[in-house]
Design a protein around this ligand. Structure first.
Ligand code: FES
Ligand code: FES
Length: 152
């Protein structure tokens, strides 16, 4: 066990865990930030995507000992009132079905749009291809990203 001070969604959180604990479990089990989902645990599905210093990463693959002072953002901290352009576009396009994959989709899409405000279809597909949706909401995800790109 070791103590860590983690900056998550703008707040400092002190936790004591084994250094090899994936951040996914720190978020879900220790801090009750359950918006980040567990899908595969092996970097294949994207359900666990968060931002580390603004970059989309898979929290099932990042151990607590790897984080240091880097800022973590989860779906709970993406915007104060759920009004990030991506979140608004998701509502406009009624994207989710079961919803399980959607926080990961939104975290990947929001990190992507920070660096590309006018993406082509191919660029969107390339950016999102690692986020799997068993419900098949891909068409609406793409449309929502285009809408969010126009408004951001
Ligand atoms: S749970 Fe992390 S990529 Fe699937
Ligand atoms: S909305 Fe059900 S898995 Fe994507």
């Amino acid at each position: 066990m070791a103590k860590y001070l983690l900056n998550i969604n703008g707040k400092q959180n002190e936790i004591e865990v084994d250094p090899s604990t994936p951040i996914l479990w720190v978020l879900r089990d220790h801090l009750k930030l359950n918006g980040t989902k567990y899908g595969c645990g092996i970097a294949m599905c994207g359900a666990c995507t968060i931002h580390l210093e603004g970059i989309a990463v898979r929290s099932c693959q990042v151990t607590v000992s790897m984080v240091g002072n880097q800022k973590i953002t989860t779906i709970e901290g993406l915007s104060e009132n759920g009004d990030h352009p991506i979140q608004k576009a998701w509502i406009e396009h009624d994207v989710p079905q079961c919803g399980y994959c959607q926080s990961g989709q939104i975290m990947t899409a929001s990190a992507f749009l920070k660096n590309n405000t006018n993406p082509s279809d191919d660029e969107i597909e390339a950016a999102m291809h690692g986020n799997i949706c068993r419900c098949g909401t891909y068409t609406r995800i793409k449309a929502a990203i285009k809408t969010a790109a126009k408004s951001s």
